[in-house]
Design a protein around this ligand. Structure first.
Ligand SMILES: [Fe+2]
Ligand SMILES: [Fe+2]
Length: 223
């Protein structure tokens, strides 16, 4: 079962036509709509430029980051967002992919399960990196707390990354997939709940006003 989103593959287009074709796809998005952008090089800098250039109603998630191709899910977005909205939404997006991997693997669709797991791995890697490199430093600066929740979350990230590696090995054929997904899923559920109930809301509150909050969300999105 391949992804059902429409796809825009720029690899066969002349380089000079990339921006215009992506801009047209963005402008054609309905509310809540999305498409998968496929490219030979990382398309995120171009998406950032298009966004700054008036095609602003979008956000995106990485599905594949090279080396041979890049795939990014581009979605329409409405109104200002909070850190809680944005990253809780990413938790839900990743949970749904992991559940798909479990289903596909149970059905014996091993190739498809591996493809979806690769998307999960890329997405969770991005998610943890953006928390550690953008969100947690902002939290620490804005709250003055450098040895509290962020230290605890970083420690949990180390354990989650280890479970992710074990899960990848299982999906690749070297272990019990359902058990590995179950263990990773449990660790993520407990971790995500703490972030959603404490760290994200405090980040939203501590950053200052609406403009500062939107700026932080944009920084997270652009990472
Ligand atoms: Fe986290
Ligand atoms: Fe998170």
């Amino acid at each position: 079962m391949a992804t059902t989103f429409p796809e825009l593959d720029t690899r066969d287009l002349p380089v000079g036509a990339h921006a215009a074709s992506i801009a047209a796809a963005i402008d054609g998005l309905s509310v809540g709509g999305s498409f998968i952008l496929v490219a030979a090089d990382d398309p995120r800098p171009l998406l950032g430029r298009l966004k700054a250039d008036g095609h602003s109603g979008i956000e995106w998630s990485v599905l594949e980051l090279g080396p041979e191709r890049f795939r990014v899910e581009v979605r329409s977005r409405v109104g200002p967002r909070t850190v809680t909205d944005f990253l809780e939404g990413d938790h839900q997006r990743l949970d749904a992919i992991l559940q798909q991997v479990a289903r596909l693997s149970a059905d014996g669709e091993d190739d498809e399960a591996r493809e979806r797991f690769a998307e999960f791995e890329t997405g969770l890697g991005w998610h943890i990196d953006v928390e550690e490199e953008v969100l947690f430093p902002a939290f620490e600066t804005n709250t003055g707390s450098t040895n509290g929740p962020t230290t605890f979350m970083r420690t949990e990230h180390v354990a989650i990354r280890q479970l992710l590696v074990a899960c990848g090995a299982a999906v690749a054929g070297a272990g019990d997939v359902q058990r590995a997904i179950d263990e990773l899923g449990k660790a993520l559920a407990a971790h995500n709940l703490k972030e959603e109930q404490v760290l994200y809301p405090v980040s939203d509150h501590a950053v200052g006003g609406d403009a500062e909050r939107e700026e932080l969300v944009e920084k997270i999105q652009a990472f």
